[in-house]
Each structure stands twice: as structure tokens, then as C-alpha cells.
Ligand binder design. Structure first.
Ligand SMILES: O=P(O)(O)OC[C@@H](O)[C@@H](O)c1c[nH]c2ccccc12
Length: 255
């Protein structure tokens, strides 16, 4: 599945480059100001709430709300930042970032499969503050190159790992934000114990975000107690009976 998504992504990027060449995209970009890392540093605990309308494994997850409608709910209920899917397998579009930007001042992470520098310019041109870099689909050289490329545009990078081997590779880079994905991208099953397993290996000044499969305030509390700085949650929010209330719950607002 991951391989087929990446193969389609290459075609998608090739088409986009034909429509808007990298030179014009580059000249239209205003640098960002590292809003995601600033927001996370300003608090002990942060919820990155994801606008996730569908997933390849489960199909439609949310048909009652659009990405900007979800963004408004998340913003008014205390999320620290937003993640916006821009890949079609998740019913996402690049234009969703600009639409979400219209309704919120929170930092926006572009959630996609970044395999080309072009997508980093696209992300910033669309108004994103951060990108996801997935270690499993990037070589060491590319990962490092994209990190510096993003930073030169004032964009933060959430660098995602699922295994200890990926984490060791990422620890050799200066990545500041590490996302431990609890979802195995090959089987799509989730288990939050993956965060507890890998967390002790994350040394230094890195901030760790636990990603995927997080459902309850209990999960959030256990992750916070273990030293994680925040969580990235999609399904647990969009499938909740009361999305605003679930958002508030995962911000651990009462504590
Ligand atoms: O919906 P969940 O289980 O809360 O997961 C959110 C987020 O972590 C997930 O969408 C995600 C994390 N990394 C990814 C990489 C590709 C696609 C999707 C993802």
C-alpha cells in the first residue's frame, strides 16, 4: 500500500510541475516563522488535531464535516495545532490548507507523502507552517536535504518513525520534532505501546509527538506522563459523537 501511494505520488508531483514550474512556485513563497515548534514549546502538552476525512484502510471516516469545519471546531476547543491531509487517499487536497487557513490562526502541518522538494515549496505557498517527513520512504540523504530545505523556508518538520531502526537514522539528523507513529504503515494496525517502546531512545532536546491510534484522555495522560510533548489525532476526533468535547478532553484541559 505504501509503495503504491508513493508511486502515485511521483506521477502527481510530475503533473503539478507541468502546471506550475518550480521556479514560479519558488518566487511566490513567503517564508514561515516556525509556528508549530513555537506553539509546542510554549506549552507542556499539545494536541495536533487532524482534518482526516477518509483513510485507505477504512474508507470514509467523516462525511458530516469539511476540513475547514473540523478546523473551526478544533480551534475553538483548544487544539495547539492542526494537521491537514492533502493526499487523495485521505480525501485531502492541497487547497484544503488555504481553506483551513481562512478559519484559524493555529499552525498547520501539511500531511502528505513528501518525496520531492517541489512539495515543500507547494506546502509553504499554500500557507502551511510545517511538513511531515516519513523516514520509511526517504533515504538518509534526502531526509537531511528536505529538513534543511524546509527550514530555509521557515517550515518545521515533524519527522516520522515507526521502528527503532528508523529512529536511529533520524537521531543522526538535527530533527527537532520526532513523531513516533503507532500505526504500522504496512499493515495499518495501531498500538500506542510503540511510543513507550521507542521513547527512551530519543535523547536530547528533541520534542516527541505520539501519532495514531489515540482515542481517550487516559491514553493522552499516560503518554504525557511518559515524557511525550503532544499527540497527533485524527480518527479518534472525527469519529467522536461530540468532536468539540473530544478535542477538549485530549488537550487535558482539566489537569
Ligand atoms: O487517525 P489516527 O489514528 O489518530 O492517526 C492520525 C495520524 O497519525 C495519521 O493520519 C498518520 C500519521 N502518519 C501518517 C502518514 C501517512 C498517512 C497517515 C498518517
Amino acid at each position: 500500500m505504501l509503495n503504491s501511494i508513493v508511486a502515485k505520488k511521483r506521477l502527481e508531483v510530475a503533473r503539478a510541475k507541468q502546471q506550475v514550474p518550480v521556479s514560479s512556485l519558488r518566487s511566490s513563497v513567503q517564508p514561515g516563522s516556525f509556528a508549530l515548534s513555537r506553539a509546542l514549546k510554549a506549552r507542556e502538552w499539545g494536541l495536533i488535531a487532524e482534518c482526516k476525512l477518509a483513510s485507505p484502510a477504512k474508507g470514509t471516516l467523516c462525511d458530516g464535516y469539511s476540513a475547514p469545519e473540523l478546523a473551526e471546531i478544533y480551534t475553538s476547543h483548544g487544539a495547539a495545532a492542526l494537521s491537514v491531509h492533502t493526499d487523495p487517499h485521505f480525501k485531502g487536497l492541497l487547497t484544503d490548507i488555504a481553506a483551513v487557513r481562512q478559519v484559524t490562526d493555529l499552525p498547520i502541518l501539511r500531511k502528505d507523502f513528501i518525496i520531492d522538494e517541489y512539495q515543500i515549496y507547494e506546502a509553504r505557498a499554500a500557507g502551511a507552517d510545517a511538513i511531515l517527513l516519513i523516514a520509511a520512504i526517504l533515504t538518509d540523504d534526502r531526509l537531511l536535504h528536505y529538513l534543511y530545505q524546509a527550514w530555509s523556508l521557515g517550515l518545521d518538520c515533524l519527522v516520522e518513525v515507526h521502528t527503532r531502526e528508523e529512529l536511529q537514522r533520524v537521531l543522526k539528523t538535527p530533527a527537532e520534532l520526532i513523531g513516533i507513529n503507532n500505526r504500522n504503515l504496512k499493515t495499518f494496525t495501531t498500538d500506542i505501546s510503540n511510543t513507550f517502546d521507542l521513547l527512551p531512545d530519543c535523547q536530547g532536546a528533541r520534542m516527541v509527538i505520539s501519532e495514531s491510534g489515540i482515542q481517550s484522555a487516559g491514553d493522552a495522560r499516560r503518554l504525557k506522563a511518559s515524557g511525550v510533548r503532544g499527540i497527533l489525532v485524527g480518527e479518534g476526533l472525527v469519529r467522536a459523537h461530540d468532536i468539540g468535547r473530544k478535542t477538549r478532553e485530549l488537550t487535558l484541559h482539566e489537569e
